[in-house]
Design a protein around this ligand. Structure first.
Ligand SMILES: Cc1ncc(COP(=O)(O)O)c(C=O)c1O
Length: 433
């Protein structure tokens, strides 16, 4: 996997894009991932090939979805067959039922699902269902958790710590009135949760949580935390919602429900669900969807159930259900994590890894994995930034926030390559410090 690592063609294209495409990119964060933003020519299995001719092992997986890699023969064939039969119907089709059945069969405690396109949308559907179900308006979310880009949830995503229990806008254009029904707490703090429920439990429609805090350092829940959250919701008549847009079909076939052995009222899926196609879903017990059946509320969308996305999701889940798939992905992730910490130690760098085999984060400057957003603010992101630059030059593409994604396409050859790149890049990182 020889890497040339010139980026001049990407730089030219970025300059051209910036003239007609506002900001030059299609999602704000992408502007800062690399300088210049990389233009990808094509992707195949675990590799991204950019327009300058660089081939890199990819651990970004398109920010999570590419759990079975790119150019997957089964997905390609299923989508090609479907395209000949029509793109989107605005009517029902059999593949929708097949996908619903497959999800219900794969995820513990999910009896029914609804489909939409993005994680952002599905989160809003779950919140609306919870509000219609409870007749209440308040949403509780946690510091550092990301639930999409809409105003009622893009709150305290990167809060200033001094006054972080007050809900904070994340960017301009978010009037406080649009998140006046949103409450915020630090995560992984049982006492804070119990205290809030005792004071305001009767007002809360739903509690939204990432079960593994993948968007802020891949922090793991403390033992019993998720269980307490679900129990408090039941006791006070609120709806527990797991945002499994990252963890769903990733940390186990049955996501956090299977991994932690817990059953929230609703779970939201996206990303890995359709292997890179645009699909999301909300799942839960059948009774949770009564509010849609009796028309107390609605769930709609022109592109909900679009045929080629649905068949891509079916193929992705079939691939993930093959025996040994999660064991292999986890083994790969653990081997990479081990290489990161042992190589860091060899070069005198403090480092810790948090998360699970298929999604984890590396933290420099600390020896203990962080447990919440506040603790992640103490890690050394500057060193990670230099390490990531070196990894890019050594043929490995990584995300800027230190999160690594592993998929079925990451085989032994990729492992050998990444371990070598980690060794070289750590050495270079130390030399520059
Ligand atoms: C946990 C979580 N929830 C929701 C979303 C929003 O999903 P989408 O970007 O598909 O709208 C994301 C996206 O990164 C996410 O990580």
């Amino acid at each position: 996997m020889a890497s040339i690592h010139t980026t001049s063609r990407s730089a030219e294209l970025y300059e051209r894009a910036s003239r007609s495409l506002a900001t030059g990119v299609s999602s704000s964060l992408r502007r800062f991932v690399t300088q210049p933003p990389l233009y990808i020519d094509h992707a195949d299995g675990p590799h991204f090939y950019d327009v300058d001719g660089n081939c890199r092992a990819d651990y970004t997986l398109g920010w999570g979805p590419l759990i079975v890699g790119s150019n997957h023969a089964g997905i390609n064939a299923a989508v090609a067959r479907q395209l000949e039969k029509g793109y989107t119907y605005g009517c029902q089709h059999i593949a929708e039922i097949e996908l619903a059945e497959l999800i219900v069969d794969s995820v513990p405690g999910v009896e029914q699902v609804i489909f939409s396109n993005t994680g952002t949308e599905a989160i809003q559907s779950a919140i609306r269902i919870a509000r219609a179900h409870t007749g209440r308006d308040k949403i509780l979310k946690f510091e550092g958790h990301y639930h999409g880009w809409l105003n009622n949830v893009l709150v305290s995503y990167r809060p200033k710590i001094e006054d972080s229990t007050l809900p904070q806008a994340t960017c301009g254009g978010q009037p406080a009135g649009e998140f006046s029904e949103t409450l915020v707490l630090p995560w992984n703090d049982v006492d804070a949760l119990k205290d809030l429920f005792q004071r305001r439990g009767q007002e809360i429609a739903c509690v939204l949580t990432e079960p593994v805090l993948a968007n802020s350092g891949s922090c793991m829940p403390r033992p019993g935390y998720l269980e307490t959250l679900i129990e408090l919701c039941r006791e006070y008549g609120a709806v527990s919602i797991f945002d499994e847009v990252i963890t769903g079909f990733r940390i186990a076939l049955g996501g956090a429900r299977e991994y932690f052995g817990v059953e929230p009222d609703l779970s939201v899926y996206g990303k890995a669900l359709a292997g890179g196609f645009t699909m999301s879903a909300v799942g839960g017990r059948a009774e949770m969807f009564e509010v849609l059946r009796d028309m107390r509320t609605i769930h709609s969308g022109t592109y909900n159930g679009t045929s080629f996305n649905i068949v891509a999701a079916i193929e992705t889940i079939r691939e993930l259900r093959k025996p040994g798939t999660y064991d292999r992905m986890n083994a790969h992730g653990h081997a990479v994590a081990e290489a990161l910490t042992t190589t860091a130690a060899k070069y005198g760098l403090d480092a810790a890894v948090s998360g699970v085999g298929t999604v984890f984060s590396v933290h420099f400057g600390v020896t203990q994995a962080p447990r919440d957003y506040r603790e992640t603010t103490r890690t050394d992101m500057e060193t990670y930034g230099r390490f990531r630059e070196a990894m890019l030059a050594n043929g490995v593409q990584l995300l800027p926030d230190a999160r690594w994604y592993v998929g079925t396409q990451h085989d032994d050859a990729v492992l050998q390559h990444v371990i070598k790149a980690i060794e070289t890049s750590m050495k270079e990182t130390m030399r520059c410090s």
